[in-house]
Design a protein around this ligand. Sequence first.
Ligand SMILES: [Zn+2]
Length: 297
Amino acid sequence: MTDLSLAQDGPARHWLFDAALGGIAALGAITLAHAALPDLPRAGPPPAARIAPPAPAPQPAEPPVLIAFQDPVPGRVVVSPFGLRQLPWEEGGRLHAGVDIQANFGEPVRAAADGVVVEAGQNSSYGRYVALKHAEGLTTFYAHMGGVAQHLRPGLAVKAGQVVGKIGSSGTSTGPHLHFEIRDRRDRPLNPSLFLGREFAEADDLPLRKAQRFGRTVRIAHVSMIPQSKRALMEAKLEREAAEKALRLAERDPKAASVGAFDAASAARDAATVEKMDGLKVLPIGEDGRPRGQISS
Ligand SMILES: [Zn+2]
């Protein structure tokens, strides 16, 4: 009780006041207050020994995977990307709605992701093809194949990497390759290069908007072979070009016009006839409702 001056401020003062009123019973409290005095100015956390040990940090869970994409022909490269492309028998550029992956006849074509078969069939432009449905309504499409895996039927579940067919050159094809597409739930084509080799945990992670964009540049396709079904178109185009050239020459040199213009006109007429007869200028809507007429395969 000699250190009262120390208790003039702070909580200890209250203790002392009580002690004066409370007599002996309060002495213990005074002692207690004194014992506590040296600690009062201290700030900060209580001694570590009183802290409960921290709960062990939860093990990071495996990130959930909504959908993971892998190359449909592992180890093979894209030779014709997604975007505007002009084929030799076409007048202008059209959207190449997928990528062309070059490979050898007979090489296995694999499902790019876990999914369900929605179609396995054949038509004149895409040849033998398979369509798979995946999470978030995405579909993948495998075309120009030499064959479809025998057991594939609509409704069958397939795992990523499972063989769905083999490389070929069926339909309107310029040599052995896989035409591969990814489409959104509204059947709009997406750039496969933004998906292959990547996995996505949530629907919001999917680059759906970005993958619909393509540049304005029309890439001129170099093909090693003109498909039989396009030969007439190709010839018509060559004739038309020759006719246009003849017309330009005739305009520059009117004296040569009589012969040149006649040739040009008749060549153009022939070209138009061939085109009309061939009937391939506008491709039909496919069996699956895909707008074959607007999309290059
Ligand atoms: Zn293609």
